[in-house]
Design a protein around this ligand. Structure first.
Ligand SMILES: [Zn+2]
Length: 485
């Protein structure tokens, strides 16, 4: 039987079952017999094709961005996001919908401003970095020490930046795999403390952005224990280039910076979860998800409303099947990814059930399109996953010969602590960092066709994993010496 005729048969089974169950309920006829077990590949094909025009994912991200909006952990909006998630998963038919609370430090942005005071006074567009300490009331005014690369800052000797505002203006590389962000991340995470160790009193970083928009891009910093905590902010790309030009004229450049924020230790955040229970082995679960929290300037549409929408819609489509797959599918919407707390909370709460978790994967790089799929080591050749190459081909998703290494930030600690197998869909990130963590992360950036291509790929793979009895740990162990992906 051809793939397309198997798909037609599966779709016919789906539709017949849906119609007959509706008729049976109204006329009190005996319950119809359960539909015969379908060919998993045919069901996955029908799921894939249905997902390409299904409205669920876009409706989810539209609802989240419109009815909640920005939702940084520790803010009142995060509690509204929790309530939204509980209601949405319930309305979409998930079981065991619940919120898992955990305690975090909060950080809430206040008024912020910056300007050049000399030699050519003019305003600068900035956005404080997450966790930055505030400036003193009235701000800081000082001469800048400008570095064209983060490596140049690290080369500066101790004490050389005393009393100055350190500025790093290294541009970010645009890349399909997002490698430019990976290369520059340290300039944001660790740059403030490295500048402080050299005497700086504040830190400004050219936004980690591939856009020419003037909107600055925020993100968290990580203060080192052995350095003074100095205020830190991201500059708009155009503003970083302005400082480059002023510095090139040779004389001192002075900047005034005002950053206000409030923080407290005892805030609450929540990971929200729901399940599509398995029909035969519900104690085994494939765990997928995205993160519910988002940075405060935008709407959290691509980061990570899209990941919430893709994984929720994929699981919902599988849950709508007349015959659910053998294993449970769990969707977790993480509540504190941006400040890096929800992964630890999830690992702490779920490490004891690690043996019953089949595979993990988080969607957290926008709305697609996906371009490659990495499977757990040894899985690509398993009979139950062999249809994947054909299933992914029309979606233009390549099944990589490299095994997946990382399930995503919120699964990282659980994965590392328990060796649970992981898979990874990689979206095309060429334009993702134009808007990531900025005020431009809004619903209009979500492309419906790309979003649904992602849902189609996730639904097909997750269904195959859930309806099989494949043991990915055994496959990985069997292939660990052979070099097979
Ligand atoms: Zn994210």
């Amino acid at each position: 039987m051809s793939v397309s005729s198997r798909a037609s048969l599966a779709l016919a089974v789906v539709l017949t079952a849906a119609i007959s169950s509706g008729a049976g309920a109204k006329t009190h006829k005996p319950a119809p017999p359960a539909p015969p077990p379908a060919d998993p590949a045919a069901v996955a094909t029908a799921l894939r094709d249905k997902a390409l025009t299904d409205p669920t994912a876009y409706a989810v991200v539209e609802s989240l961005t419109t009815e909640v909006g920005p939702r940084l952990e520790g803010t009142p909006a995060a509690a509204r996001a929790r309530d939204w998630a509980l209601a949405k998963l319930t309305a979409l038919g998930f079981s065991n919908v619940h919120a898992e609370p955990f305690t975090i430090p909060s950080w809430i942005r206040g008024a912020e401003a910056a300007e050049v005071t000399a030699p050519f006074p003019q305003p600068l567009m900035i956005l404080g970095l997450g966790r930055s300490v505030p400036t003193p009331p009235g701000g800081i005014e000082a001469e800048i020490a400008l570095f064209h690369s983060y490596a140049d800052l690290l080369d500066a000797p101790p004490g050389s930046l005393a009393g100055k505002i350190a500025v790093v203006t290294q541009p970010m590389t645009r890349a399909q795999d997002g490698a430019g962000y990976g290369a520059l991340g340290r300039a944001r995470f660790r740059g403030p403390s490295e500048a402080a160790k050299r005497g700086a009193i504040a830190y400004l970083l050219r936004s980690l952005s591939t856009s020419d928009s003037r909107s600055p891009h925020t993100g968290r910093l990580e203060y080192a224990a052995d350095a003074p905590r100095i205020p830190a902010a991201a500059l708009g790309v155009a503003d970083a280039e302005l400082l480059d030009r002023m510095a090139a004229r040779g004389g001192p450049v002075r900047v005034r910076l005002v950053l206000n924020s409030t923080s407290s230790e005892g805030a609450t955040a929540w990971n929200v979860a729901g399940e599509i229970p398995g029909s035969e082995t519900p104690g085994q679960a494939i765990v997928i998800g995205g993160h519910l929290d988002s940075w405060d300037p935008g709407q959290g549409a691509l980061d990570d409303g899209a990941g919430v929408a893709i994984t929720t819609a994929a699981a919902k489509l599988i849950g709508d099947l007349p015959r659910r797959p053998r294993r449970t599918i769990r969707v977790v919407l993480f509540g504190a990814e941006e400040m890096n707390y929800s992964g630890k909370a999830y690992a702490d709460a779920h490490m004891t059930e690690a043996a019953s978790l089949v595979a993990l994967s988080e969607s957290d790089t926008g709305s697609g399109p996906l371009w490659t799929l990495q499977l757990p080591k040894g899985a690509a050749a398993a009979p139950s996953l062999k249809p994947l190459a054909s299933l992914m081909a029309p979606l233009k998703v390549v099944v990589s010969d490299q095994p997946a290494l990382f399930a995503g930030d919120d699964f990282g600690l659980l994965q590392i602590g328990s060796a649970i197998p992981v898979f990874s869909f990689r979206p095309d990130a060429t334009r993702y960092f134009d808007i990531h963590h900025s005020a431009d992360d809004t619903l209009d950036k979500v492309d419906r066709a790309d979003l649904n291509q992602s849902v189609a790929a996730w639904a097909a793979l997750v269904y195959l994993l859930a309806d099989s009895d494949i043991d990915l740990r055994v496959l990985a162990a069997a292939n660990s010496a052979g070099g097979q992906p």
